[in-house]
Ligand binder design. Structure first.
Ligand SMILES: Nc1nc2c(ncn2[C@@H]2O[C@H](COP(=O)(O)OP(=O)(O)OP(=O)(O)O)[C@@H](O)[C@H]2O)c(=O)[nH]1
Ligand SMILES: [Zn+2]
Length: 329
């Protein structure tokens, strides 16, 4: 530590911000020489960070306590940030997050967890065949995107095997942006949409997500699996989330993520994905669930009066219902 003067650090500020009247007693030396870094992978308590284009491995400083550090976090590092093999830096601070994407609690892990921080786009990768499209899973991803404040983008793969027609019609009323890709086909539309953005890619096993990531970022060498000829499903061959620098932004691959827990999401956060319906919803009774059965839901009144599209209302309600529906796998 340089200087020796003791300053208030950001953790104290955050504690006081939450705790209200808590006095300024916890003073610690500020890490003036800390380097800013982005967390690109997490593996058993070790954080892979990118510092000025250099890969540095770090551990969490004890003073950070129990808070999680996830892929996409901006952190401050001290100690050895040379990136030389077998050296270890320390994460002394996690900067405030602009967004958090959460993963559902499930059979293997009962705790809901933040999986990626600071992303701004959720790319839902879905194959048109082998395995066939899973609209329920797409719906759930959309709700998760709206909840996390990420722009959804639908990426339909394997168009060499099936045409996207019907599926895209289903999503047209959502105003969802989409791209269609095929084996060895042109990727320039997708590339343009990924430029300068931090994009999280999700998709169930076998849809061709790793194949895409490998084409976009060949140096990443993501493992490509095989679709089981019996089940039509692939095997998750890659194991942990990783952020790859890409065209001024990031591609964040999330292999284990197959579904999102959505039951906790407030209906109004789903409505946030439908700006054209927000004005109507503002007239709903307090706590209105906006479902078809909801008493006095303004969506019914507005749709009946021709002030908004029945189809948009139906789309919103489909997503609201998907929060509590069965998980796609
Ligand atoms: N016909 C066709 N096959 C594709 C296409 N993209 C990927 N595949 C094949 O689909 C299979 C699964 O691809 P992956 O890239 O491993 O799929 P994934 O989504 O990463 O699956 P996991 O690794 O299990 O998460 C592989 O055999 C690919 O060669 C495509 O556009 N067309
Ligand atoms: Zn309502």
């Amino acid at each position: 530590m340089r200087g020796g003067g003791r300053h208030l650090d950001e953790d104290d500020v955050r504690v006081r911000a939450r705790g209200g009247s808590r006095p300024r007693t916890r003073k610690r030396p500020k890490h003036e020489d800390a380097r800013s870094a982005m967390v690109t992978a997490v593996d058993r308590g070790r954080y892979r960070c990118l510092v000025d284009g250099r890969e540095v491995t770090a551990m969490k400083a004890r003073e950070l306590g129990r808070g999680s550090i996830v892929v996409g976090d901006r952190v401050a590092l001290v100690g050895d940030v040379s990136g030389t093999p077998d050296t270890l830096a320390r994460v002394v601070r996690v900067e405030g997050r602009t967004s958090v994407l959460r993963r559902t609690a499930d059979d293997t892990d009962p705790v809901e967890r933040v999986i990626v921080a600071n992303a701004d786009q959720l790319v839902v990768v879905c194959s048109l065949a082998d395995p066939g499209p899973q609209p329920r899973l797409i719906d759930r991803c959309l709700v998760a995107a709206y909840d996390a404040g990420l722009d959804p983008l639908l990426c339909l793969t394997k168009s060499d095997l099936a045409r996207p027609g019907g599926l895209l019609d289903d999503y047209a009323s959502l105003g969802l942006r989409h791209v269609v890709t095929e084996h060895e086909g042109d990727l320039s539309d997708l590339e343009a949409l990924l430029t300068d953005r931090a994009s999280v890619l999700v998709g169930s096993s076998g849809v061709g997500k790793s194949t895409l990531v490998n084409r976009l970022v060949p140096e990443a060498e993501r493992a490509v699996g095989h679709v089981n000829p019996v089940t039509g499903r692939g095997r998750h061959t890659s194991t942990s989330a990783v952020a790859l620098p890409y065209r001024g932004g990031w591609i964040i691959d999330t292999p284990g993520v197959r579904s999102f827990g959505l039951a906790h999401i407030d209906p109004d956060d789903v409505v946030a994905g439908f700006p054209d319906l927000e004005e109507a919803v503002a007239e709903c009774p307090p706590g209105c669930p906006h479902t078809g059965e909801a008493e006095g839901c303004a969506l019914d009144l507005w749709a009946a009066g021709g002030r908004l599209s029945e189809q948009r209302v139906a789309s919103l309600r489909r997503l609201l219902a998907s929060r509590t529906g069965e998980e796609g796998a």
